[in-house]
Design a protein around this ligand. Structure first.
Ligand SMILES: C[S@@+](CC[C@H](N)C(=O)[O-])C[C@H]1O[C@@H](n2cnc3c(N)ncnc32)[C@H](O)[C@@H]1O
Length: 213
């Protein structure tokens, strides 16, 4: 799966992953992160998620990264914001008060460009990536953010029954990917249906840095 896969999804409006209201796992559990007012939250592979508007409405700043120019355009339209746009290396930065979205590939984003963030919200980002990319992604997000705390949503199910994305990611894999830098604890685990085809488990993980941050 390469970047063309996602750009084509947005072109064809195959965006079933997009939720029409802020995700309750975020709205009901953000307090776990103990963020200071005005703190910045990193939203990798953000699409045009309504969680960004919700985080801003709670007084937090948001920094996102997203491949698709369509998603970025519609994100700002939905928020009734006109971004100031600049080129930053291979990425394009779209900025408005309390919001910066880097349009491009997350692997082209570096820590200096991202700037300081206080936490990461990962929903449909890790699980959007095939197994062979997930270790690189997890290490990159950890390094980019300086291993700030994360709330991470995963989905686990029988990968033989349904093909991803979203891909099945087990608790053991979360611990393998993040267990060196983070203490990994499960906040919520609940049954779900994957594409209406197969039972699965959706989990919310709190990753808190082992070395403090
Ligand atoms: C399953 S969607 C989830 C979007 C969002 N997190 C949400 O909850 O609605 C995954 C998103 O990641 C974007 N994406 C995939 N690979 C990417 C990459 N390497 N860099 C930046 N964005 C990427 C896709 O364009 C897509 O919008």
């Amino acid at each position: 799966m390469d970047t063309t896969f996602w750009l084509d999804k947005w072109d064809r409006r195959e965006t079933g992953f997009h939720e029409t209201s802020p995700n309750p796992l975020l709205t009901e559990n953000l307090s776990v992160l103990n963020l200071k007012p005005g703190a910045s939250v990193f939203v990798p592979l953000c699409g045009k998620t309504l969680n960004i508007g919700w985080l801003r409405s709670q007084g937090y700043a948001v920094v996102g990264v997203e491949l698709s120019p369509i998603a970025v355009l519609e994100l700002f339209e939905d928020l009734h914001l006109t971004p100031h746009t600049t080129k930053v290396g291979a990425l394009t930065c779209h900025a408005a008060p309390g919001l910066r979205i880097f349009e491009g590939n997350i692997f082209d984003l570096d820590a200096d460009t991202l700037g300081k963030v206080a936490a990461t919200w990962d929903r449909a980002a890790l699980v959007a990536l095939p197994k062979e990319v997930r270790a690189r992604y997890a290490a990159h997000v950890t390094a980019l953010t300086g291993d700030v705390p994360q709330l991470l949503v995963t989905l686990d199910y029988d990968q033989q029954q349904v093909s991803g994305p979203p891909f099945a990611v087990s608790g053991d894999e979360v611990k393998t990917l993040y267990g060196t830098a983070y203490r990994v604890s499960e906040v919520v685990s609940r049954p779900t249906s994957v594409k209406g085809k197969c039972p699965g488990t959706e989990s919310l993980w709190h990753l808190s840095p082992v070395f403090g941050s």
